[in-house]
Write a protein that binds this ligand. Structure first.
Ligand code: 5AD
Ligand code: SF4
Length: 454
């Protein structure tokens, strides 16, 4: 998924008689979820959220280090905060998340105006760390190792009103050779099934309509717990919760996704017909070098099975171009694979060497200009496929969950189909959080245009 900067919510207009915090989040949905838990802790201390960094007394940058481009962007943002700190010395600047876990005290050297560096395993210690900084006026480095401290349940302050993220597990055991995630987020730790069911039930009672179960590899949920409950069991249990309308999940791993899960998606009333299944490459040589644990043909058969069992399912993927050793011929294999599978959408990335990962040490690194050219080629092929698939939806009525007003036009509303396609239509009487029927009138590569049909 793309690296985005998110800082949303309303800024209070009341007189400034209390203290405010803001969170700026980069990276994946897991980071979004972590930021909601950070916000929960700060609110419990009496701080209030603001979207305005000039008003904030605490600024938290929750970081990503999956690619170098993300890190550069984040360091740029941290640099921008220097003038705010100079103007307001009491301002607390905290850097949390994956980059904090990776760079540790080096972050203070690169950015001396930072007050707190707090790693992924310390995310639940915001209260004590903020108190310590306020009392001592000294910098704090809180980057521990996995399992050093138990993670207490911390209430999350959710940004949306309709959809909520629910982490079902943390960490990753896969060690794909390009990936930094297992080093900064530790080994897989599944949450107990009952805790997840309770959280989703509460979210339903609070009015949330859609939940997305999050994990680096959701299909390996439960393997580290003493019970026999696996991901299929979890999905089935959540499908029984009355107040929730839609269940999503990500990310699925092609090696671990199995028939049992496909059956549960097929039979579950609320489980959405969308599978995000990163393939990363269509070449067996590259997949082996990536340590992905499957072949292109295994993936093809899996997709066949999913499409056979779940009518109208949408399948999206992630692809890395320019992995070390990717020759022109091996890249062509990925292009051909894309044309054969025909994904609804693909998130495409330039391979970015991450220090400490095996792939960064591999010889045969691909020059940047070749990577860029391949990315363009790949995107062009995929965009045509996405457009053709979306065009086939023209004239169809689709169930859409209303998410809000379109960012670009207040007279338009936006939402998603069960297959996770974004739809934009002319506003009528519909309310946020409502399920409506929309007639698709026009298709684009990433968006469907429509009209309310009921
Ligand atoms: N370089 C480029 N892309 C990467 N991803 C993970 N690590 C790297 C890297 N070093 C991509 C993968 C993954 C997505 C979240 O980010 O495609 O699925
Ligand atoms: Fe990274 Fe692979 Fe784990 Fe995904 S499955 S987080 S790509 S190591």
């Amino acid at each position: 998924m793309s690296i985005q900067e998110k800082n949303s919510g309303s800024t209070p207009v009341e007189a400034k008689n209390r203290e405010y915090f803001t969170t700026i989040t980069y990276g994946c949905q897991m980071n979004e979820s972590d930021s909601e838990h950070i916000a929960g802790q700060l609110q419990s201390m009496g701080y209030q959220f603001t979207a305005d960094i000039h008003v904030a007394d605490i600024i938290i940058i929750n970081t990503c280090c999956v690619r170098e481009s993300a890190e550069k962007k984040i360091y740029g943002k941290i640099g921008e905060l220097k003038k705010l700190k100079t103007a307001k010395p009491d301002l607390v600047i905290a850097i949390s998340g994956c980059m904090a876990q990776k760079d540790k005290e080096a972050l203070f050297k690169k950015a001396p105006h930072v007050d707190l560096v707090i790693g992924t395993h310390n995310i639940y210690q915001f209260v004590e760390n903020i108190k310590q900084i306020k009392a001592s006026k000294k910098k704090v480095l809180a980057v521990g190792e996995e399992g050093e401290r138990p993670s207490p349940a911390v209430p999350a302050v959710r940004k949306g009103q309709v959809s909520a993220w629910v982490p079902i597990m943390h960490g990753c055991n896969n060690f794909c050779t390009y990936c930094i995630v297992p080093y900064v987020r530790g080994r897989e730790r599944s949450r107990p099934l009952e805790d997840i069911v309770t959280e989703v039930t509460e979210l339903g009672k609070a009015g949330f309509k859609e939940i997305t179960l999050l994990g680096q590899n959701v299909n390996s949920y439960g393997k580290d717990t003493p019970t026999n409950a696996d991901f299929a069991d979890l999905l089935q249990a959540i499908d029984q919760i009355d107040s929730i309308e839609r269940i999503r999940f990500m990310t699925s791993h092609p090696r671990d996704m199995n028939e049992k899960v496909i059956e549960v998606i097929k039979n579950g009333a609320k489980i959405c017909e969308h599978v995000h299944l990163p393939v990363q490459s269509g070449s067996d040589t590259i997949l082996a070098r990536m340590n992905r644990g499957y072949t292109a043909d295994h993936y093809r058969r899996l997709v066949e099975q999913i499409r056979e069992k779940i009518p109208d399912v949408s399948i999206t993927t992630d692809i890395i171009v320019g992995f070390p050793g990717e020759t022109e011929q091996l890249f062509e294999e990925t292009l051909a694979f894309l044309k054969m599978i025909r994904f609804d959408a693909a998130y495409t990335f330039l391979y970015s060497p991450r220090s400490g990962t095996p792939a960064a040490e591999m010889t045969e690194q691909v020059p940047p200009e070749i990577k860029k050219r391949r990315l363009q080629q790949l995107m062009q092929v995929q965009n045509e496929i996405s457009l053709t698939i979306n065009k086939q939806l023209e004239g169809r009525r689709m169930e859409v969950l209303v998410e809000g007003t379109s960012k670009n036009d207040v007279h338009k509303m936006t939402g998603r189909t069960r297959t996770n396609k974004i739809v934009i239509w002319d506003k009528t009487q519909e309310k946020i959080g409502q399920l409506v029927e929309v007639m698709v009138t026009g298709a684009q590569t990433w968006v469907l245009k429509g009209q309310i049909a009921n």
